[in-house]
Design a protein around this ligand. Structure first.
Ligand SMILES: *[C@@H]1O[C@H](CO)[C@@H](O)[C@H](O)[C@H]1NC(C)=O
Ligand SMILES: *[C@@H]1O[C@H](CO)[C@@H](O)[C@H](O)[C@H]1NC(C)=O
Ligand SMILES: *[C@@H]1O[C@H](CO)[C@@H](O)[C@H](O)[C@H]1NC(C)=O
Ligand SMILES: *[C@@H]1O[C@H](CO)[C@@H](O)[C@H](O)[C@H]1NC(C)=O
Ligand SMILES: *[C@@H]1O[C@H](CO)[C@@H](O)[C@H](O)[C@H]1NC(C)=O
Length: 376
């Protein structure tokens, strides 16, 4: 008997791979799954032996050593300690020879090379044939992107609309479209699909409208939008002034703080809430300190401050106008809205301008006649 087995082995060696008996098969060398969804890694083996196999599943991630995630040894299934512990199982009874595994709730870091090795006591295989390898790639749909408008939207001027999603695998590409009723699609070089920018030059009044950006990859898509309000040149000066003010001016901010105080003093007879009182008085000295230190993030602080909700309902003059303006850059999804204060300062001008308008900056800086209609 033993001699016979030895003879068979010798024969197998002689005949090469074709005669090998134990062999592991994979249905596909690479499997893709969308984050959060289940994934199946399809592997089975063929063998003439009906003996129980010894099976190990290893996961090899880039820049890490392979580790065991699942085994079948001496007839016992064991799920090893790992991230996958509660999410991985054999899909079928091992004795069916189908060794496919199911991974539930896939996560991006589950991506890697999965290796299934099979040994059977009285069967043999030629080198490497008893291993099945599958690359799992977990794709991540784009997160809700943030839409922004940079530049001054005056007739004849240029603006750049930008769109960025902080998540997505593979990296999302971006597509800007103008929404109905004047629906329009854009092409390079106006639109840069990789960077998410759309350049609109030589603006005219009829280019005003809602612009929608879709971030998309194989796993899904998400959108945000921005409202472009092209301003005739006389009104444009108002906004340009406000933007310039927000860039140049901590002086302005301090000035504004003073204005608020004056305003407050005038109104002191009325019923002012004590809490708001303290908050706004505290603003001016703080901004002075920032100005002195000239911190690089000062600009973003400015915008955070200028859009602080505390100051908004207090001033009545340019309310309607400022609301229209704030719709522009801030009209994105909740995601983009939430992230606004952390963004790089160069994206600031439009929100800052809106914020300043809200606080009455327009009223302070320009002749009263241009306030009301400026942004509507
Ligand atoms: C699987 O991934 C490895 C390492 O990243 C790579 O070398 C191999 O070519 C991939 N195989 C397939 C079938 O994609
Ligand atoms: C093993 O299971 C996988 C996943 O269900 C399937 O794709 C594959 O065809 C099966 N293999 C065999 C030989 O039935
Ligand atoms: C995966 O999810 C399916 C369906 O919800 C469930 O039947 C199965 O037990 C889960 N497997 C693991 C290992 O969590
Ligand atoms: C607008 O862009 C065009 C073309 O890129 C350029 O020639 C022009 O100088 C720009 N105008 C302004 C106001 O920046
Ligand atoms: C800008 O647009 C106006 C009217 O739409 C046109 O007359 C002018 O030639 C354009 N300028 C450039 C530089 O394209």
């Amino acid at each position: 008997m033993r001699a016979l087995a030895a003879a068979a082995l010798a024969l197998a060696a002689l005949l090469g791979p074709a005669a090998a008996m134990l062999e592991v098969h994979v249905a596909s060398g690479s499997v893709f799954a969308v984050e959060g969804r289940p994934a199946v890694l399809p592997v089975w083996y063929t063998s003439r032996s009906q003996k129980k196999p010894y099976v190990t599943w290893l996961l090899h991630k880039p820049d890490a050593d392979p580790f065991q995630i699942l085994t079948y040894l001496d007839g016992v299934v064991k799920v090893e300690e790992s991230d996958l512990k509660r999410r991985i199982s054999f899909l079928y009874p091992v004795l069916s020879h189908n060794l496919s595994v199911l991974i539930n709730g896939t996560q991006e870091h589950d991506s890697g090379q999965y290796m299934c090795t099979v040994n059977v006591a009285d069967d043999s295989s030629s080198t490497g044939k008893n291993v099945g390898v599958i690359n799992l790639t977990v794709l991540v749909p784009p997160a809700a992107p943030a839409c922004r408008l940079q530049g001054s939207p005056a007739v004849g001027g240029n603006v750049t609309l930008s769109c960025a999603s902080r998540k997505g695998k593979p990296l999302p590409s971006y597509q800007w479209q103008r929404a109905a009723p004047a629906a329009q699609v854009f092409f390079p070089p106006m639109q840069d699909r990789a960077r998410g920018t759309l350049k609109l030059t030589n603006l005219s009044l009829d280019m005003s409208g809602v612009y929608v950006c879709a971030a998309e990859n194989r796993a899904g898509s998400a959108t945000c939008n921005v409202t472009l309000e092209v301003l005739s040149s006389s009104n444009a000066a108002v906004v340009a002034g406000a933007v310039l003010g927000s860039l140049v001016g901590f002086g302005l901010l301090v000035f504004l703080g003073l204005q608020l105080r004056v305003y407050r003093r005038k109104k002191r007879d009325g019923q002012e809430e004590a809490a708001n009182e303290i908050k706004e008085d505290a603003v001016a000295p703080k901004s002075l300190a920032w100005a002195k230190s000239a911190a690089p993030d000062a600009a973003s602080r400015t915008s955070t401050l200028s859009s602080a909700p505390g100051a908004r309902p207090k001033l009545e003059g340019p309310r309607a106008a400022s609301d229209a303006a704030s719709d522009g850059p801030a009209n994105g999804t909740a995601g983009s809205r939430g992230r606004r204060p952390q963004g790089p300062p160069r994206h600031r001008p439009p929100p800052a301008a809106a914020g300043l308008a809200r606080m009455g900056a327009v009223a302070v800086m320009v002749p009263a006649q241009s306030q009301a209609g400026s942004l509507v």
